[in-house]
Design a protein around this ligand. Structure first.
Ligand SMILES: [Zn+2]
Length: 223
């Protein structure tokens, strides 16, 4: 069973922010991590955007999801009224959350919790946008295994519907943006990249290790 070896902190900002790594404007209420010397880094650059958000409130589900997730991040937001950071929830691996939900559902009395979570998920995913994104992936990567376009689209939609505005979401259908989403998916699912990170390898080094592998899969999916 994977244990949590790596807990990170993600902050929801109060003011307009910019990623110090990729230079993108993140808008207000952006989700960022802090690198050395107070540098703000967006979740894409920090390689955390494959994680899904589990809002605080369900203790059993949170505990289980955290335990199942090799990589997780506590999400904090500054409360002006209380003048302190308040915990909003947890970012965890999608599979860990699914398994945690299954475990909770197996316990009688947790059916309601699962129903509530399903409601949150549906709200997060704009069905129409999801279908368009998936179709775009399939169009650009006709050889990608069946069902992957939906997985990739779901991650993209969670990211764009919950965290950034519509105009940014529209940009996500650009060929470049779709390619980045596919590359991130390949890195996390088709290479040992996550294991390297969990094992403490530096992000840039881990990326370099799997670069050729990612390129090979990408080219395979494209033709
Ligand atoms: Zn960035």
């Amino acid at each position: 069973m994977p244990s949590t070896t790596n807990t990170l902190t993600v902050y929801i900002t109060n003011r307009d922010s910019r990623c110090d790594e990729c230079g993108h404007d993140l808008g207000r209420h952006a989700w960022i991590t802090l690198a050395g010397q107070g540098r703000a880094v967006c979740l894409a650059c920090a390689d955390l955007e494959h994680l899904v958000f589990l809002p605080a409130g369900n203790t059993a589900l949170t505990r289980r999801a955290r335990k199942r997730s090799r990589l997780s991040a506590v999400v904090l937001k500054w409360s002006r009224a209380r003048k302190r950071y308040e915990r909003q929830g947890l970012l965890v691996e999608d599979e860990a959350l699914t398994r945690a939900e299954e475990e909770c559902t197996a316990d009688a009395g947790f059916r309601e919790a699962k129903r509530q979570r399903a409601v949150v998920r549906r709200a997060e995913l704009d069905e129409e946008y999801l279908a368009r994104f998936a179709a775009r992936v399939r169009e650009l990567y006709p050889n990608c295994p069946k069902g992957r376009e939906t997985q990739i689209a779901e991650h993209a939609c969670r990211k764009y519907s919950g965290r950034v505005g519509r105009s940014t979401a529209a940009k996500a259908l650009d060929e470049d943006a779709v390619r980045l989403a596919v590359v991130a998916h390949i890195r996390h699912t088709e290479t040992p990249y996550d294991d390297l990170l969990v094992g403490g390898v530096e992000r840039s080094e881990a990326r370099a290790c799997v670069r050729d592998q990612v390129a090979a899969v990408l080219s395979d999916w494209q033709h």
